[in-house]
Design a protein around this ligand. Structure first.
Ligand code: NAD
Length: 372
């Protein structure tokens, strides 16, 4: 005899339970084959040899279009380690004082800035002045004013400024966007974005306002902001926000612990989002229209991304995000490729304007208008 549990399991897709009204027809999987495998190789110097810098460099080993050719670091022992790991000659190694000299180094086309957030602005300006392309981690800066200066400096220097939005090249994400554009979910009505984790060591730079520019919002909440925009497919026109702080010792003045925020879009869609450093397992996107929905959980972690809609699972094949990102960024720089979701400085700047507005909304309690 079939148990009630069997019955419920049949209705369950991962973490989502399908309403009975929806059909169970599975999707024909759309193939996202890399279309940029051939062409010139982007020679990249990594600036900041920390946790994410290591992850990016490892992923670049599999990239067909990008290669680590240089390093910029303040720690000589790390430079030595990277030199042997990635076969980097002495002439391509720099520290934070002398890296302007990359100007005369033909082995470096671009610098990938992977340092604490508050350093991105000045480092980007120096790389641009040296005439090299800038790839900069998120958040691009710690406010919109700095972000604008970075965009202007790169434009003036005639170099690309690309932000490390790896999800903009991720197959499940692109598939949900494609389905939305094809009207699969009907008229989009609502988005929910949850982004957070429980942060450890209270002495790390992520909890230091001077280096981080804030707290969870700059680091992880930005995924819900950016995700709201690419999942809804519009730019928000207003924001409201509320902050909760349960540990003012760990999360000092200007370092946000938990913020809930709402974004309003021109069509009337509302996004309801959460950013936190205080609890885990928050990595979920939910988009719903009047004909169906898409859900992703995890939605922005390193993957594999799990995704499903009212019709069934998507779960497109996983490829290391940073490998795809670097292949695609080389194609943007060398082939003039236009990505489906932009990763340029202007894209990063929109998120910084929203973060500024969220902080203002928290402070004033007002609904803050946005002009992106
Ligand atoms: P990390 O602490 O592991 O590494 C930071 C590096 O910067 C270290 O090597 C450190 O020595 C160096 N550094 C240079 N100047 C410094 C200074 N004045 N103070 C402290 N460190 C200094 O941090 P991380 O996790 O690699 O993060 C770096 C950047 O990458 C951040 O902007 C973060 O938001 C971003 N990031 C992005 C992703 C993503 O998925 N796109 C993931 C993690 C981090």
């Amino acid at each position: 005899m079939k148990s009630r549990r069997d019955f419920i399991q049949k209705l369950t897709l991962g973490a989502g339970i399908l309403p009975l009204a929806f059909s169970f027809t599975p999707y024909k999987k759309h193939q996202y084959i890399s279309d940029v495998q051939d062409g010139p190789v982007l020679k990249v110097a990594i600036m900041g040899l920390g946790s994410y810098g290591n992850r990016v460099a490892e992923a670049m080993k599999d990239s067909k279009r990008a290669k680590v050719t240089g390093v910029i670091s303040g720690t000589p022992s790390k430079i030595k380690e990277w030199q042997s790991k990635y076969n980097i000659p002495d002439k391509n190694c720099y520290n934070y004082k002398n890296f302007d000299a990359i100007k005369n180094n033909p082995d470096i086309d671009a610098v990938y800035i992977i340092t604490p957030n508050a350093l991105h602005h000045s480092q980007c300006l120096r790389v641009a002045a040296a005439g090299k392309h800038v790839i900069c981690e998120k958040p691009m800066s710690i406010n919109a004013k700095e972000g604008q200066e970075m965009v202007d400096a790169c434009k003036k220097a005639g170099v690309h400024l690309l932000i490390g939005y790896r999800m903009h090249f991720e197959a499940n994400t692109l598939e949900v966007i494609r389905l939305r554009n094809e009207g699969e979910f009907g008229t989009v009505k609502f988005f929910q974005g949850l982004a957070g984790f429980k942060i450890g060591d209270p002495n790390q730079w992520r909890l230091n306002k001077e280096l981080a520019g804030g707290g969870a919002m700059m680091d992880i909440g930005i995924y819900a902001i950016n995700g709201s925009r690419y999942m809804v497919g519009e730019e928000p026109i207003w924001v409201t926000a509320q902050e909760v702080k349960t540990d003012p010792v760990k999360f000092k003045e200007g370092v946000d612990e938990t913020i809930t925020f709402q974004l309003g879009f021109p069509s009337g869609v509302v996004a309801s989002c959460l950013s936190t450093y205080a609890f885990s397992y928050l990595d979920k996107f939910f988009l719903v229209g009047d004909k169906g929905f898409a859900e992703m959980q995890p939605s922005t972690g390193y993957g594999p991304i799990k995704s499903w809609t009212h019709k069934g699972r998507l779960d497109l094949p996983h490829v290391t995000h940073q490998t795809v990102q670097m292949d695609q960024m080389a194609a943007i720089i060398f082939d003039g490729k236009k990505p489906k979701v932009p990763v340029d400085g202007e894209e990063g700047l929109k998120d910084m304007k929203i973060i500024d507005a969220i902080f203002e909304a928290v402070k004033t309690g007002d609904k803050v208008a946005l002009k992106l």
